[in-house]
Design a protein around this ligand. Structure first.
Ligand code: NAD
Ligand code: LMR
Length: 327
């Protein structure tokens, strides 16, 4: 039996938490032979703690063979103690008519507090995924609040955007999602993101050549992927939850277990690649191996792409300036 992995999940009694925890406990994130200990954080209010107790009762009732232990708490120092993986989900979601960056000041403080707690009590190689919006800037805040941890430990979720883009492309080109490789979503998890299939291949063929429709790319594909979160809020009255949890599982599974050379999109602190200033948490194409990600290098950036990449960067710089006083 392997040593259990400690997985901290914040916002554990929320919508995403409810879709996420059961899949982690069943082995879908870290493998069917990997026991886990779930360390769940919720707000201290009675209602949130009661809801968390209910979720923990349900987890118990599943009798998951891989669930080696559970902790429910309102104290970040307890939730992140010795954590190997931390999924920072707990934050306010947006409602109809809002942009994710409208949440910035409401949610920012959560990530200073949690970044400091991670700095203090988590394992030095903890892998952090920020889901709570605006995810890139919240990940930046957490990273800057944890000066003793390697900045590479901090990532933001663009995998939902990547998965959304895959499905749109598969439908357009009438190919299987699983056959599409080398897709990228550059930048911010916001409508300025730039989903880019110029390098994508389907069974060795160029997907761009198969689609061959620049108008569809600029006027349908990019805006549909960029505004998909808002379309879901419009339709459901609530923001995406099951698909967000699914993307979080994909992100962490690939980071920990590797991508076997395949590209995935992760929001990671820039190392200066593609002219993106160092430390900005930006969606890049990465491959993962042995628990480490590497940004895919050497891709050609044409004028259209540079303009899109700069636009989403400008928004991230603006968000960063808006929280500078907290750091
Ligand atoms: N990056 C993405 O792709 C993506 C996708 C979907 C949703 N989101 C974001 O994820 C976040 C959570 O969404 P949700 O639908 O689960 O919301 P939700 O309101 O259903 O749940 C959030 C939970 O977090 C808890 N919480 C709030 N502050 C907390 C704190 N400081 N510590 C611990 N728990 C805290 C709340 O009590 C609540 O139970 C939102 O910010 C949403 O916008 C991001
Ligand atoms: O759109 C939102 O506010 C939720 C989430 O970020 C999403 O993309 O579905």
């Amino acid at each position: 039996m392997k040593t259990p992995v400690r997985v901290a999940v914040t916002g554990a009694a929320g919508q995403i938490g409810y879709s996420l925890l059961f899949r982690i406990a069943s082995g879908e994130m870290l493998g069917k032979d990997q026991p886990v200990i779930l360390q769940m954080l919720e707000l201290p209010m009675d209602k949130a703690q009661a809801a968390l107790r209910g979720v923990m009762m349900e987890l118990e009732d599943c009798a998951f063979p891989l669930l080696a232990g559970m902790v429910g708490t309102s104290d970040p120092d307890v939730a992140f103690k010795d954590a190997d993986i931390a999924l920072l989900v707990g934050a306010m979601p947006r409602g109809p008519g809002m942009e994710r960056k409208d949440l910035l000041l409401k949610n920012a403080e959560i990530f200073t507090v949690q970044g400091r707690a991670l700095n203090k009590v988590a394992r030095r190689d903890v892998k952090v995924l920020v889901v709570g919006n605006p995810a890139n800037t919240n990940a930046y805040i957490a990273m800057k609040s944890a000066p003793d941890l390697d900045p590479r430990n901090f990532t933001a979720m663009l995998r939902l955007d990547h998965n959304r883009a895959l499905s749109q492309l598969a439908a357009k080109a009438n190919v299987a999602v699983a056959d599409i490789e080398k897709l990228v979503v550059w930048g911010n998890h916001s409508p300025t993101m730039y989903p880019d299939y110029r390098f994508a291949r389907v069974k060795g063929q160029s997907l761009k050549d198969m689609i061959n429709d620049a108008d569809w790319n600029a006027n349908t594909f990019i805006p549909v992927v960029g505004k998909r979160g808002a379309a879901i809020i419009e339709a459901r009255g609530l923001s995406s939850a099951a698909s967000a949890a699914n993307a979080a599982i994909d992100h962490v599974r690939d980071w920990v277990l590797g991508t076997d050379g395949k590209w995935v999109t992760m929001g990671v602190p820039s190392d200066g690649s593609y002219g993106i200033p160092k430390d900005v948490i930006y969606g890049f194409p990465v491959t993962c191996k042995d628990g480490r990600y590497e940004i895919v290098q050497g891709l050609e950036i044409d004028e259209f792409s540079r303009e899109r990449m700069n636009r989403t960067l400008a928004e991230l710089e603006e968000e960063r300036a808006g929280v500078a006083h907290l750091l």
